[in-house]
Ligand binder design. Structure first.
Ligand SMILES: *[C@@H]1O[C@H](CO)[C@@H](O)[C@H](O)[C@H]1NC(C)=O
Ligand SMILES: *[C@@H]1O[C@H](CO)[C@@H](O)[C@H](O)[C@H]1NC(C)=O
Ligand SMILES: *[C@@H]1O[C@H](CO)[C@@H](O)[C@H](O)[C@H]1NC(C)=O
Ligand SMILES: *[C@@H]1O[C@H](CO)[C@@H](O)[C@H](O)[C@H]1NC(C)=O
Length: 408
């Protein structure tokens, strides 16, 4: 916001020699007219240096009856609000006029008079005000004309070098070019341009018609979204990082599943090898295999993917171990039952042999005899490895029975 700074304003001050026709004389005299410009609402000093023993006054150049401030040997008085002179300075020959906060109604040409002589004439102007306006499409652009006098409104698009006169505005009416007529309305001192689009971006200049002074320049930017470019870049980067992270995580999980599968497979193969070894080597290997099975069961008890498969696998392997050791009661009974049925089968075959005699021998008897022989070998092997004394007696009975049959 220009003009609100509390600093002493920077003002441009220069003087030119021009011919003035003074209202109270018929003669043309030359006088210096100085220009001073000040930022809106900033204090400003209109300079006038002259050793003056008479009374001094600051008047409106065009109408000397309008007095702003005056001084004489005793004191200084302000004739209008906002204008002051200093008596101390007056005594030193400094006849400057101070304005506390310059506004548009104070743009005037002022004359400093000593007695009946003009000392200085100063034209005060207000510096151009610049505003930046950020807008979204379809919003209304409000242009503050700021001044009561007639103004022209110019538009220059961002990519053009030329100003285009779009409206002539007075207090009572706005005459705009056909392109703008339907979109503009005037509520002095405000001119509204309705429903802006991005093609309305650019600078709008309010210029007073009489002096061609730029009063206010609006730098308007109409953009579709308020997020700056770096915000979009940041969001895109963020999304990219997120996507990469998710992909990485999925890949890691997939790899983890695969690694677990390989690990489980290897463990199963190892346990299987241990069980096989136990079947051929006995005690020590059996203990080792049992430990391995137990460890495997424990390790995967809670695993959602493998717990069931591992439990089944382990049960199978445990059964295999029990069968080979025969340590567990149930396994022994099963085996004993198997042996007993084998014995019965052998007995039956023997009986059939003895009943049918040679006739049966000629048919399937060769294979049946071979089968019987194998069964016998198995029975004997079982008996040799088994420690159950009852089994031995049964086998003894069987032996005896066999012998009887064979003798027959
Ligand atoms: C301009 O300044 C004068 C003197 O300070 C004040 O009386 C007047 O109201 C001001 N005008 C505006 C438009 O602010
Ligand atoms: C003249 O007086 C004004 C105050 O009225 C003061 O601000 C200014 O500095 C003085 N100028 C000089 C040259 O002393
Ligand atoms: C504004 O006024 C000038 C002359 O004063 C004229 O040439 C111009 O066409 C006018 N523009 C509009 C938009 O009325
Ligand atoms: C208007 O604003 C744009 C960006 O905000 C800037 O590049 C340009 O220089 C400004 N123009 C004027 C005349 O201030």
């Amino acid at each position: 916001m220009e003009g609100l700074s509390s600093m002493q304003s920077f003002s441009i001050h220069h003087c030119v020699l021009i011919f003035l026709t003074l209202t109270f004389t018929t003669a043309s005299v030359s006088a210096a007219v100085c220009s001073t410009s000040v930022k809106l609402l900033q204090p400003v000093i209109l300079s006038c240096e002259h050793k003056c023993s008479a009374s001094v006054k600051w008047t409106l150049f065009q109408n000397r009856d309008v007095v702003f401030a005056r001084c004489d040997q005793t004191s200084c008085t302000s004739q209008q609000k906002g204008y002051t002179m200093s008596h101390d300075q007056y005594l030193k020959g400094n006849l400057s006029l101070s304005i506390a906060a310059a506004n548009y109604s104070e743009r005037n040409t002022y004359t400093c008079e000593c007695g009946v002589s003009d000392i200085t004439t100063v034209r005060l102007s207000i510096e151009t005000v610049f505003s930046a306006v950020q807008m979204s499409p379809a919003e209304d652009l409000l242009l503050d004309l700021s001044v009561p006098e007639p103004v022209k409104v110019f538009y220059r698009s961002s990519d053009s070098a030329d100003d285009e006169l779009i409206c002539n505005v007075t207090q009572s009416s706005a005459q705009c070019s056909s392109k703008y007529t339907s979109r503009t309305s005037l509520h002095h001192p405000q001119l509204t341009l309705r429903g802006v689009t991005s093609s309305d971006s650019g600078t709008y200049t309010i210029q007073n018609t009489k002096y061609n002074e730029d009063i206010h320049v609006y730098n308007v930017s109409v953009t579709d979204n308020q997020i700056p470019w770096w915000g979009i870049v940041l969001m895109v980067l963020l999304v990219l990082v997120l996507v990469l992270a998710v992909i990485g995580w999925i890949k890691y999980r997939k790899d983890a599943n695969y690694r677990l599968f390989i690990k489980v497979s290897k463990q199963l193969v190892d346990v299987n090898a241990l069980v096989n070894k136990a079947q051929s080597e006995g005690n020590e290997a059996v203990v080792k295999a049992e430990k391995a099975i137990k460890k495997l069961k424990e390790q995967y008890r809670e695993n959602p993917t493998y717990s069931e498969q591992i439990q089944m696998f382990c049960q199978g392997k445990e059964l295999q171990l029990q069968r080979c050791t025969g340590e567990q009661g149930e396994a022994l009974i099963l085996t004993k039952r198997g042996v007993r049925s084998m014995m019965e089968k052998v007995m039956k075959s023997l009986e059939m042999l003895s009943e049918d005699g040679e006739g049966h021998l000629q048919g399937n008897s060769v294979t049946e005899l071979e089968q019987m022989e194998q069964d016998l070998i198995q029975i004997l092997e079982w008996c040799r490895s088994s420690t159950n004394p009852q089994s031995s007696t049964e086998v003894e009975n069987l032996k005896k029975h066999l012998e009887e049959k064979c003798i027959q």
